[in-house]
Design a protein around this ligand. Structure first.
Ligand code: SF4
Length: 242
């Protein structure tokens, strides 16, 4: 009897094959590794999102793209999402919203972010994405090692024990990202020219100052640097119990 390969063994094998792979090669490998219709892309439609979406659209503009519409985003991000959908001809962008019942119960005045950003992110981001990913076997996202923090050592492939996760842009530098924008003529997020190098929800995003890390303006002065979606499936105390 053949013993099925564990997800962790698959990830190790994938990373061996993808050690110096280009973003396109990582995406192609992800499409080989995950059955058709079971692979999603997660995008924030933030300042660098166009790069991953370009590589995805080059291969298949019909891949499902999951977008967390938290209800707290900048109007500019929603406009940029619509612009990129047209620009790349994306045909399956799904806007995920928080459960209304949860919002009414846990955040009736829309001020939870002031008291408890972890719970706010859980209701608005982690929970909706976790629910949506139940319909998939793998997903891709746009994290890069140069962003630092928990991202500094990410591999091209990972697993939370249930799903495969691919990071096609992991090895790109900031200059590589700029070069893709330039050569492909990609539209820029409208807030970038106003000093926002990374854009998330309005209450938790501030401009970055010269010399700061690209994500320094996110959750400034809170000690947080991630919303928790990259801990989905992991046995961590990531949730708020909702
Ligand atoms: S980024 Fe801020 S507003 Fe958005 S979900 Fe997290 S805590 Fe809430």
């Amino acid at each position: 009897m053949t013993v099925p390969e564990t997800l962790h063994a698959r990830v190790a094998r994938l990373n061996e094959a993808l050690a110096s792979a280009s973003p396109a090669a990582v995406i192609e490998k992800a499409m080989e590794a995950v059955p058709a219709g079971r692979l999603a892309v997660v995008s924030s439609f933030g300042t660098e999102s166009a790069v991953l979406l370009k590589f995805v659209a080059d291969v298949d503009p019909g891949l499902p793209v999951l977008f967390l519409d938290t209800g707290m985003l900048f109007e500019e991000t929603l406009d940029y999402r619509d612009r990129l959908v047209d620009f790349f001809g994306l045909t399956d962008v799904r806007s995920l919203k928080p459960q209304i019942e949860l919002l009414e119960r846990r955040d009736p005045h829309r001020d939870l972010w002031l008291r408890d950003t972890e719970s706010c992110c859980h209701i608005r981001k982690v929970r909706p994405l976790s629910d949506a990913l139940g319909g998939f076997d793998g997903w891709m996202n746009g994290r890069k090692r140069f962003q630092g923090g928990a991202r500094a050592a990410i591999a091209h492939a990972e697993t939370d024990g249930q799903l495969l996760k691919f990071n096609p842009l992991a090895a790109l530098s900031q200059n590589d990202i700029a070069a893709v924008f330039e050569t492909a003529g990609l539209p820029r997020h409208p807030l970038e020219k106003m000093g926002f190098s990374s854009v998330g929800c309005m209450p938790c995003t501030s401009r970055t100052r010269p010399g700061e890390a690209p994500r320094a303006g996110r959750w400034r002065n809170t000690g947080r640097s991630e919303c928790g979606i990259h801990r989905i499936g992991l046995p961590a105390g990531a949730g708020c119990g909702c």
